[in-house]
Design a protein around this ligand. Sequence first.
Ligand SMILES: [Zn+2]
Ligand SMILES: [Zn+2]
Length: 334
Amino acid sequence: MARLGSWIEPFPEGIYVKPADAWVDPSRPKAQALVTHGHADHARGGHGAVWATPETLAIMETRYGEQAGRPVQYGDSVRIGEVDVSFVPAGHVLGSAQIVLEYGGERVVVSGDYKRRPDPTCAPFVVVPCDIFITEATFGLPVFRHPDTGSEVDRLLHRLHAEPERCVLVGAYALGKGQRVIMELRGRGHDEPIYYHGAMERLCALYEELGVPLGDLRPATGASKQELAGKIVICPPGALNDRWSRRLPDPITAMASGWMRIRQRARQRNVELPLVISDHADWDELTQTIREVAPKEVWITHGREDALMHWCMTHQIKARELNLVGYEDEDEDD
Ligand SMILES: [Zn+2]
Ligand SMILES: [Zn+2]
């Protein structure tokens, strides 16, 4: 009998699904692509045909212009070549999906990026039992244990109210994290206007169009220092320390990221108020998910594979690391 999953071939540029002649999250344009979610390290423009959820396709069109999109709703199944393909929520960002591939009596799930804790901007992760689970491992070290999101948001609000003459400038990725921070604030009763950097405008508008109500949002550009005092301003992490932030009233610099668990990372970005809010599974979520999915084999992507490989071995699960390039979390994905 052929080796389990012999029809799935990992290449540095993506995962090739032979009997579908299609690539999952390829880093280069392909004739046929399946895309898990809209982050730039997974979704590139220029594919001949691209299967993804309608939300992911809308995000890709906002960023890259028109796509040869083949929308697939969560739970629906399509046949590509000889493979049955379906998309199941991954709980990472709006529209994010695990891709379920079925062929020759085997089921392979490509997780893309995922997390298990609640996120008011997207559908929660669904456990799909399978033969091979291809998991990310962005925070695949036992040192990564994300705290409760609500307590991080409370720290942010506490600091805001303690210094009403200043503003809190929160660095958050433009796709997903920014909208999630806004929704978490709304969920804690913060109804004040929230100001945003121009780079977030289109994606915030798209989230609203797709049914995520972000409340009173206003552009920071053009607002006076007086107006911004005591307010929250959200910007992409890259804008935290640039000239743009000088117009703000003595900002308290915050950043929402799983990496804020590492003090040195916070210092590098001059972050005064590190908020450990992540869109990726932490160590406990990764291991819990592998237990629940109960695959015969785990294939691991995204960086810190070693500890998870070892964990799988000690739990009698065959594990393999895939050396895909370009799945880097520095750009926007954390
Ligand atoms: Zn990723
Ligand atoms: Zn991502």
